[in-house]
Design a protein around this ligand. Structure first.
Ligand SMILES: [Zn+2]
Length: 288
């Protein structure tokens, strides 16, 4: 069911924070499906709107989120911030983004989240780690951290797909954030353009990105780590058909970001093997 605005908001046990109209659907389907039936679940999309020219496209994407909510059995709300990926103020180089400069936007997102958690009183909140360094994901991650850090709410960080569909991508990003985590950088670089969606880039862009990532990895590998991980957990699915029913709702995003059913579960299997798991499919969450 759609919650139109914060005035209609009720209490929820679990709140999943999505940067875009697909992130939680792609990243957390099993986490949602495995939740006990009596838990009330809300999915929040922060950057849910397009600029006026993109309006029809975003209406279609909002409908996709609605369809996924029925498959996943959850309620949803749109925070109604503009998806800023095409903003001229944000320069980016492949997927390696410049520093955050959107201070006013960050302040507005933070204020909205404060109100949301105040009304909904969640027990647990699920937040994107920011794997892939997409600027909207980083804004979501940073604002949630700031709001939740001194609360009694349990926080789990989920791995952002499709970015996290490359082996070692989460470890690389956690290292970048300064966490003490073992990383196999060569595995990351070897798989970066064969697993996940980056390999589907145009050849010229691909060459540039390879160079960017080589430079990036050299920098991260030499960076000091000061923080330790509190815990992590794996979530397994015994119903891949139901997982796919949620993921395939996001039809407009599927081809570029996920590929297809076979590609997706192949990528998930590669990740599971890299993480030393026997399972065909798993999701991983962290406490930082
Ligand atoms: Zn996203």
């Amino acid at each position: 069911m759609k919650i139109n605005n914060l005035n209609e908001m009720d209490n929820y046990d679990d709140i999943y924070i999505s940067s875009h109209l697909d992130d939680v659907g792609f990243s957390c389907p099993t986490s949602i499906l495995n939740a006990p039936k009596n838990r009330r679940i809300l999915v929040v999309t922060i950057f849910s709107e397009g600029k006026s020219a993109d309006c029809p496209k975003f209406l279609a994407r909002q409908q996709e989120e609605h369809n996924a909510s029925i498959q996943g059995g959850y309620d949803y709300i749109f925070a109604q911030f503009n998806d800023i990926r095409k903003s001229k103020v944000i320069s980016h180089n492949g997927l390696i983004w410049s520093e955050l400069t959107e201070t006013q936007l960050i302040e507005s997102v933070r204020a909205w989240l404060v109100e949301l958690f105040d009304i909904a009183k969640p027990k647990t909140v699920f937040v994107p780690i920011g794997v892939g360094r997409h600027i909207d994901h980083r804004i979501t991650h940073i604002t949630c951290n700031e709001v939740l850090i001194n609360s009694n709410i349990e926080v789990w960080y989920y791995e952002d797909r499709p970015y996290a569909l490359v082996p070692q991508s989460t470890e690389v990003f956690l290292r970048e954030l300064g966490y003490q985590v073992d990383v196999r950088f060569e595995v990351f670089l070897d798989n970066l353009f064969t697993s996940g969606f980056l390999g589907r880039s145009k050849p010229k862009v691909l060459e540039q990105r390879k160079q960017d990532y080589n430079d990036f990895v050299k920098r991260i590998a030499n960076q000091e780590t000061t923080k330790s991980i509190k815990s992590s957990r794996f979530i397994y699915s015994d119903n891949l058909e139901q997982v796919w029913k949620i993921i395939s709702c996001y039809k407009s995003q599927l081809k570029h970001f996920i590929g297809g059913k076979e590609t997706f579960f192949r990528d998930c299997r590669i990740i599971a093997i890299d993480q030393g798991r026997d399972e065909v499919y798993c999701e991983r969450q962290w406490q930082l």
